[in-house]
Design a protein. Structure first.
Length: 303
């Protein structure tokens, strides 16, 4: 399989699914049979996944997923894979398909009003709107919408606490929420509405759909969008961004970070150099050497 011809797709749907456990093995086998890589999370509240592979094989998996009664109308977002996006295929049973840690939230019954990119831009021009980024702080630091507020969370589990602290202000405002692909906003807006907020909106399809449809010249987005796979970040047109991931701490690192005196390829970066020990640096250096030797052996085998 030529990885240069691979595609990437992500999907999710909140739908009550009592017998989800019985589907784990067959979904895993269907993906493996089609040589598709990625992660699919299934829970009693629905499905959430990102997979990559050749176009025909990915389509085979998606056809199977849509054959499941709960997901006949499952929607997919496509983009370029830029090589081997994932290392393996995992289907995992979860309590939640996106973890907030709050019971009684039902996005399949109630969410904020979905806005497409042009309507979203119009809302952002409203002086009375509060723009909230539901992603984590390191994602927000890589790129955001003009005027957006970050809750400074390290995990989506922290989001309800931020809402509780700011609820008095939020209740009386229009609230525009966004995330990478839309799934976190489904829960976040549902939670806000359950707390009494009335004017709640979300960006349909998330940042990725916005970047796909908006040119850089006609965009309210600044920076790049972090993604949870080997591509690391995407820019307008869903082209690969300039960020990489530190092999030591897994934090995204920019071009500027890679010029830092604290950056050592595959060993440390400005985010983690203070926490590195001599032992850990030796371990990462050995891992880097083993990766290099493995690649050299593969190159020789292909000649």
């Amino acid at each position: 399989m030529n990885s240069n011809n691979n595609i990437f797709t992500s999907f999710y749907k909140f739908s009550p699914w009592s017998d989800y456990r019985s589907y784990k093995e067959i979904i895993q086998k269907t993906c493996e049979k089609n040589k598709v890589l990625g992660t699919i999370l299934i829970a009693s509240e629905g499905i959430n996944g990102s997979i990559s592979g050749s176009k025909i094989n990915v389509e085979n998996v998606l056809i199977f997923l849509k054959s499941i009664e709960n997901f006949t109308d499952l929607e997919f977002k496509y983009s370029k894979a830029f090589g081997k996006t994932f290392r393996k295929m995992r289907v995992r049973l979860k309590k939640e398909i996106v973890t907030m840690g709050k019971d009684g939230i039902n996005p399949y019954q109630r969410t904020g009003k979905h806005l497409k990119p042009d309507a979203w831009d119009k809302l952002l021009n409203d002086k009375d709107v509060i723009i909230v980024d539901t992603r984590n702080v390191y994602e927000h630091s890589m790129g955001s919408f003009v005027g957006a507020r970050s809750p400074d969370t390290n995990s989506f589990r922290d989001f309800p606490e931020w809402v509780d602290k700011n609820l008095k202000e939020l209740k009386n405002k229009k609230i525009a929420m966004y995330c990478t692909g839309g799934i976190r906003c489904e829960k976040a807006t549902s939670y806000l509405m359950g707390m009494g907020c009335q004017s709640v909106y979300q960006l349909h399809g998330g940042i990725l759909k916005y970047l796909e449809s908006k040119s850089k010249e006609d965009s309210k987005w600044i920076g790049e969008c972090f993604v949870f796979d080997n591509r690391v970040s995407l820019d307008h047109g869903l082209e690969k961004g300039n960020h990489e991931v530190c092999h030591a701490c897994r934090m995204p690192i920019s071009k500027e970070d890679r010029f830092s005196e604290f950056y050592i390829s595959e060993i440390s970066c400005p985010h983690c150099h203070n926490s590195q020990t001599l032992k850990s640096m030796k371990r990462f250096a050995e891992r880097k050497l083993q990766r290099k030797l493995k690649k050299e052996r593969e190159d020789i085998a292909q000649r």
